[in-house]
Ligand binder design. Structure first.
Ligand code: PLP
Length: 394
């Protein structure tokens, strides 16, 4: 349908063979392959514990639960995110408290805004590394220490990103990753929770499977013959099929993130001097994972028009994100309204995400940039009423 989709998966023979092997093994749910995937993921991240789950949302929910987030507690987080970040807090009965972002150049939540929202009921801060660009975790961890708060990193965009040579997601108390189809690693659906704390990992492992003390895998292997249920848990188990795909995907990650970086640089080189266009994240910390390539237009109208032009040229784009606090459910339930988070709202009106995935050829990037350039009027002498302002989308 689109000549250039917004994102695309990189799966090939290796994944197909790995899935075939699992199917032939006749054991499809949580077992040896998942245990290997967890070990390899933990090793890659240089973190003690990794717990594979059914989605990034499940990882976030478990992260909140095992850190003791519950009814009456408040968790400070961005509204400039996918709704899953917020819903994971709501599932626990706690209240999400939104903090505004830094601005048009950096869509990560601002540490000053976090500090402003701290109350005696604040239990945790949940950070999203927008687009794979690391948030200033030194500052966040200092705030957390000062006020005695826990820190969850929603690293769904940031698989492989680093800060001070440490993998993003391993800096806070718990890091959560997603393997949804458009993420830097995909298993279809899937997620991973990582932590340095063995006790938190054990609790997450138990809650992943109904609070049971042993798995059917253990019982099959004769390691256990019965089980107790010690907590109210969930079915957040992943499958051996997903884990087999994940193991292959993990091996491709570094290479694919380098491809993402090159595509990002190509975009930036092509679009940097265009009037009326802001390329955010000109300054960033550490090593990003280049999950998204966002641009900022002068206003909503021009953003929407550019999106239409690109669509007509066969190019799929998206907006990351419509702010969570302005969706009707959250407005209705929590009384949020327009103007509560001015910077988040401005970015959501003016942002457009361009296609970005490892196999996107530089020729297509050139094509996309050409369409954008031809849509943005550069220099026009102001002759009469029809003249367009510099940088306006025709
Ligand atoms: C994708 C995503 C999630 C949720 O992950 P799922 O695997 O789809 O449940 C959470 N937070 C952010 C920022 C995401 O982009």
């Amino acid at each position: 349908m689109y000549k250039v989709p917004l994102s695309d998966i990189d799966v090939g023979k290796a994944e197909i063979m790995a899935v075939e092997k699992v199917l032939k093994s006749r054991w499809l749910t949580l077992g040896e392959v998942t245990a290997r995937f967890e070990q390899e993921f933990a090793k890659y991240m240089d973190v003690k514990e990794a717990v594979a789950v059914s989605s990034g949302t499940a990882a976030l929910h478990l992260a909140n639960l095992v850190l003791g987030v519950g009814p009456g507690d408040e968790v400070i987080l961005p509204s400039m995110t996918f709704v899953a970040t917020v819903n994971a807090v709501l599932y626990t009965g706690a209240i999400p408290i939104f903090a505004d972002i830094k601005g048009l150049d950096d869509f990560n939540v601002a540490s000053e805004e976090i500090e402003k929202k701290i109350t005696p009921r604040t239990k945790a801060i949940c950070i999203v590394h927008y687009g794979g660009y690391p948030t200033d975790m030194d500052r966040i961890m200092a705030i957390a220490r000062q006020y005695g708060l826990r820190v969850i990193e929603d690293a769904a965009h940031a698989i492989g990103a680093e800060l001070n040579s440490q993998k993003v997601g391993t800096i806070g108390d718990i890091g959560c990753f997603s393997f949804f189809s458009n993420k830097n690693i995909t298993t279809g659906e899937g997620g991973m929770l990582v932590t340095q704390d063995l006790d938190l990992a054990q609790r997450a492992r138990r809650l992943r499977s109904h609070g049971m003390t042993s798995l059917s895998w253990d019982r099959l292997k004769g390691h256990a013959s019965s089980y107790d249920v010690t907590d109210l848990g969930f079915n957040y188990r992943t499958t051996e099929i997903a884990s087999a795909i994940g193991r292959i995907q993990l091996r491709k990650l570094e290479r694919n993130n380098i491809k993402r970086r090159k595509i990002t640089e190509e975009y930036k080189g092509n679009l940097k001097d265009l009037k009326g266009l802001i390329l955010p994240f000109t300054h960033y910390l550490g090593k990003p994972s280049y999950h998204l390539f966002p641009i900022i237009l002068p206003n909503r109208d021009q953003r929407d028009r550019l999106q239409m032009k690109l669509r007509k040229a066969g190019i799929q784009t998206s907006v990351h994100y419509p702010p969570v606090h302005l969706f009707s459910y959250y407005r209705k339930t929590y009384g949020y309204s327009k103007g509560d988070l001015p910077k988040t709202e401005e970015v959501s009106q003016r942002e457009l995400s361009l296609p970005l995935y490892p196999q996107l050829s530089l020729k297509w990037v050139q094509y996309i940039c050409d369409v954008i350039k031809s849509s943005i009027t550069t220099q026009r002498q102001s002759k009469g009423k029809r003249a367009l302002r510099i940088g306006q989308i025709e």
